[in-house]
Design a protein around this ligand. Structure first.
Ligand SMILES: NC(=O)c1ccc[n+]([C@@H]2O[C@H](COP(=O)([O-])OP(=O)(O)OC[C@H]3O[C@@H](n4cnc5c(N)ncnc54)[C@H](O)[C@@H]3O)[C@@H](O)[C@H]2O)c1
Length: 181
């Protein structure tokens, strides 16, 4: 429906950012329920898959477009207590690269952005629950601070723009050097 509404309003779907994602409280992998697994996979991986499926139908038809999927630094490294979250974010990168390979010939680029720790409600909830020491984390990063949502938006816009016309299939860390360590 969102794709059709966009086409009705603008005549084409030029770019799409698949951003929705959830993270549950950390848990020992042996104790994680199937329900929790399905919930995280359903939003983080199936959500990206389903969004791309509809976006690609339109982009294939028009012969152009750029998709960016939201992975995470968790798509590049493991995470103690976050097995399923990190598995989905690795999966997003696999799906991104595969679509990039298949759809380049249709004029469509597909990339992923891998945010570090960004000051959003998700991170505020983690900090409030004692799951994250934001100050200590910030101090450990090369840039000495957490990220702002608009710094992810800027990277996504660049990936969607003609300035990135030769970029497809990448998983771009935007993480203050977190995954460079
Ligand atoms: N904040 C971070 O530090 C960080 C780091 C790495 C990656 N990410 C990723 O960035 C993305 C955005 O996260 P955030 O930090 O803004 O989290 P957030 O919890 O602040 O916001 C998540 C957004 O996803 C939406 N959403 C959740 N489930 C949905 C569903 N089933 N259908 C439609 N929308 C749904 C929510 O309404 C909300 O707008 C997520 O994919 C997250 O995994 C965040």
């Amino acid at each position: 429906m969102a794709v059709q509404q966009t086409v009705d309003a603008f005549g084409s779907l030029d770019m799409a950012f698949n951003n929705a994602g959830i993270m549950l409280a950390p848990i020992d992998s042996a104790d994680e329920t199937e329900e929790a697994f399905d919930k995280i996979v359903g939003v983080n991986l199936k959500g990206v898959w389903a969004s791309m499926k509809h976006q690609l139908k339109q982009m294939r038809k028009q012969g152009s477009g750029a998709i960016v999927n939201c992975s995470s630094l968790g798509g590049l490294v493991g995470g103690d207590g976050r097995t399923t979250y990190h598995a989905t974010k690795h999966g997003v990168i696999g799906a991104t690269k595969s679509v990039a390979l298949q759809y380049g010939r249709h004029g469509v680029r597909c990339n992923a952005v891998c945010p570090g720790t960004i000051q959003t409600p998700m991170v505020e909830r983690m900090t409030a629950a004692g799951e994250l020491d934001a100050e200590a984390l910030a101090a450990s990063l090369a840039l000495g601070r957490l990220g702002r949502p608009e710094e992810i938006a800027a990277a996504v816009l660049w990936l969607c723009s003609d300035a990135a016309s030769f970029v497809t299939g990448v998983a771009l860390p935007v993480d203050a050097g977190h995954t460079a360590q």
